[in-house]
Write a new protein. Structure first.
Length: 177
């Protein structure tokens, strides 16, 4: 049986998911999405490459990063995800510009436990002050792990799309009029 529970606190949405046959079609989130595979193997396509997150894998999705998702096999999958608004992340981390994760999956028990702790606090409707404290601790850990790359470096596909738009800008503008 597929089960999805969403709750929100401290400006963060938490998801607890358990699935066997369910498949996410290609989609993206406006937020950072941080998750931990609790059981099974999470399979997804991200930026043109297949990703497999095994148990305790920490999944890191940048805002607007297109991906799909499914259980790798018939044994199913349990995982938690946190969705954090980029502006909230910037405020807490004291960063001036949006940052991007440089790798989609890491195996860092400390970081994974912080994601699990915050998601459990939100899902069990703990006090918002506790959720805020856990969010700050998680954000500090993310900044300290140096998992970010320079946002200004466009992904190859984005660069190509921008080049196509700029090359055909006159035609696009004419069609809008």
């Amino acid at each position: 049986m597929d089960k999805f529970i969403y709750k929100k606190s401290a400006g963060v949405t938490a998801l607890s998911a358990s699935m066997t046959d369910f498949t996410y079609k290609k989609h993206s989130h406006k937020e950072y999405a941080l998750g931990v595979t609790l059981r099974g193997i999470q399979e997804y396509n991200l930026d043109g490459s297949l990703q497999l997150s095994y148990q305790n894998g920490v999944m890191l999705f940048n805002p607007e990063q297109t991906h799909d998702g499914m259980a790798h096999d018939e044994t199913g999958l349990d995982y938690v995800m946190l969705y954090i608004d980029p502006h909230l992340f910037l405020e807490i981390s004291e960063k001036k510009e949006i940052v991007r994760f440089s790798t989609p999956i890491v195996y860092d028990d400390r970081l994974g436990q912080k994601i699990v702790n915050l998601s459990h606090a939100i899902l069990s409707e703990k006090d918002e002050a506790l959720c805020n404290e856990l969010l700050v601790s998680l954000t500090d850990s993310l900044v300290q792990t140096n998992l970010f790359s320079d946002y200004k470096k466009d992904a190859p596909l984005m660069r190509k799309a921008k080049d196509m738009l700029h090359t055909n800008l006159d035609t696009v503008l004419e069609e809008i009029k």
